[in-house]
Structure formats: C-alpha cells, structure tokens
Design a protein around this ligand. Structure first.
Ligand code: HEC
Length: 149
C-alpha cells in the first residue's frame, strides 16, 4: 500500500506543480467579485482602480453617516463599528474614532473607492469601482469618518 501511494505521489507531483503555475492571474478574473450589485460570475470582475480625490473634499458628514449605515447603501456596519451605528460586525477595524488616526482625506477616499489597491485579499467591497457608491457618496463618508473622534 505504502509503495503504491508513493508511486502515485511521484506521478502526480509534476502535474500539481504545473496546474498551480497555470493559476497565476494574468487578467483580474481571479479576484473575488466582492459586490453588492454586480452579478458575480456572470460578468468579469472589474480590475482594481486607484482613484484620486479631485479638489477639496467638501463632504457632508451627516449625509455620509446615513449612507455608510444604510443597509442598502454602504452597509459598512456589516464589518465595522461606527459612531451612531447599531449591530456592527467585526471583520473590519473599529472606525468609531477614525478621525483621531491622522489619515488624510485623500488616502481614505482612495481606500473606500477600492480597498484592493491596499490589500488584494481584502473582504471589503470595491465601493467606487463597482459603482455601489458615487463620488459624492464617498466624499460624504470620508467627512463622516474624519468627524468621528
Ligand atoms: C465585508 C466587510 C467590509 C465592509 C462591508 C466594509 N469594510 Fe472597510 N474594511 C474591511 C476590512 C477587512 C478592512 C481592513 C483592511 C483590509 O482588508 O486589509 C477594512 C478597512 C477599512 C478602512 C481602513 C481602516 C484603517 O484604519 O486603515 C476604512 C476607512 C474602511 N474600511 C471604511 C469602510 C467603509 C466606509 C465602508 C462602507 C462604505 C466599509 N469599510 C465597508 C471590511 C469591510
């Protein structure tokens, strides 16, 4: 029995190595869809996009709070603790004092637009790239996070 499985391993070894090599993502279809709106599996996953904040932030923090916490919009509470939010999940870091972290508006905007630019393995949906949230929505949410102290 031992000899048989040894032979099988020797025969299969190169095949497994070859197929692992073939999985290298040449396009971005290997990225998870991470989407609330795109029909996952039916259309190709959108590539990670680095979007830079244009001009001054000019966001409305109260509107940002509403969008971030609406279950059918940002739904950030599924993963993050946030100021004024109920029933938070814990997969993402606590954002209730984000305004004290010293992060810039620009880096926060880029991260919410598409967190895959920071961590390709992230669980966080690419809110801007997948058009779940608009430019204005993200500006308002950044204003809300910066005001959370
Ligand atoms: C499915 C879970 C999930 C959802 C939903 C989600 N996030 Fe995240 N978020 C994460 C995880 C996990 C991280 C940690 C970064 C990483 O993935 O490496 C993170 C990180 C962040 C960070 C960076 C924190 C830091 O200290 O650098 C910000 C800002 C953020 N999320 C904002 C949001 C906002 C705003 C929303 C809603 C519009 C949201 N997230 C929705 C999972 C999520």
């Amino acid at each position: 029995m031992k000899t048989t499985s040894g032979i099988v391993a020797i025969l299969l070894g190169p095949v497994l190595v070859l197929s692992a090599g073939a999985q290298a993502p040449a396009d971005y279809s290997a990225y998870p869809c991470l989407s609330y709106t795109l029909p996952c599996g039916k259309i190709a996953t959108r590539k990670p996009q680095t979007k830079t904040l244009a001009g001054a932030l000019d966001g409305n923090a109260e509107r940002g709070r509403q969008i971030a916490q609406a279950r059918d919009k940002g739904n950030c509470l599924a993963c993050h603790v946030m100021k004024g939010g109920a029933q938070p999940g814990t997969r993402g870091p606590d954002l209730s004092h984000y305004g004290n972290a010293g992060r810039s508006d620009a880096e926060t905007y880029t991260a919410i637009h598409d967190m895959r630019t920071r961590n390709p393995e992230t669980l966080m949906p690419p809110f801007g790239t997948n058009e779940i949230l608009s430019d204005l929505d993200i500006r308002d949410i950044v204003a809300f996070l910066q005001a959370s102290k």
